[in-house]
Design a protein around this ligand. Structure first.
Ligand code: BG6
Ligand code: MG
Length: 230
């Protein structure tokens, strides 16, 4: 029988693919760059970039072609892609929140838990602003604050630390395989958002945030677990 302690200390959300779907915007911007370079880059290739940092994404795209580029050239390419991406982000509005996202953030806070963002993006603060949800988080940790990209646990551990929460008392929510791996490596309970076959390493998988119920995450004797309290 589960010894029922209060809910976890904190919920730590990924941004892209969990709260909003920026994958399409990244795709448009990367595809334009790839086209200029004569590299064939399609939606399936774009899927592989989920959760990866900007430079790691660029390396994956360049590996689809045959040419070699200097570090200076690569940074210029990443800058160019980012300028295009930012122009697309400018057009985002609160209507671009994914289903259930606003309610999930509100419910996490209403449960008395810390709420943080752990994103691989350097543009996370801007995206939150466009979505009108900057105030929904106690802390925002993104790629500007860390050295190691997902699947390294650093971004989740930094978010937990900022909230003053022990990792084992945190629930991380992610749509990318690399992100789920980062949560597990941080010693947190991993909620995958998306396809259970793809996110098999998660402790639990939900289709989207409409299925996210903060009060269902309870502490057992040793670690957090999910209990269907419906
Ligand atoms: C992640 C996205 O959240 O952020 C990746 O899933 C993206 O697709 C990465 O490449 C870096 O984003 P940015 O905004 O710093 O280029
Ligand atoms: Mg993501």
């Amino acid at each position: 029988m589960i010894q029922q302690h209060p809910a976890p200390s904190a919920f730590i959300f990924d941004l892209d693919g969990v709260i909003t779907d920026t994958a399409e915007l990244h795709y448009v911007a990367w595809r334009a760059l790839a086209l200029d370079l004569g590299i064939v880059f399609d939606e399936a290739d774009n899927e592989q970039l989920k959760g990866l940092s900007r430079m790691d994404s660029l390396e994956r795209i360049l590996a689809l072609g045959t040419k070699q580029f200097s570090e200076v050239d690569k940074h210029a390419m990443a800058e160019r892609k980012n300028a295009h991406y930012l122009a697309l982000v400018e057009k985002m509005t609160p209507a671009d929140l994914l289903p259930g996202a606003l309610d999930a953030l509100g419910a996490a806070r209403a449960a008395g838990c810390g709420v943080a963002l752990a994103s691989a993006s350097k543009n996370a603060a801007l995206v939150l602003e466009r979505l009108g949800i900057s105030q929904a988080f106690d802390h925002v940790v993104d790629s500007n604050h860390i050295r190691n990209s997902k699947p390294h646990p650093e971004v989740f551990l930094a978010a937990a630390k900022a909230l003053g929460a022990a990792p084992q008392d945190c629930v991380g929510i992610e749509d990318a395989v690399a992100g789920v791996q980062a949560i597990r490596a941080a010693g947190m309970f991993a909620v995958g958002v998306g396809d259970a076959r793809v996110l098999a390493q998660a402790d639990q998988v939900i289709a989207d945030l409409r299925h996210f119920i903060p009060s269902n995450y309870l502490r057992g004797q040793h670690r957090l677990r999910w209990v269907n309290g419906a």
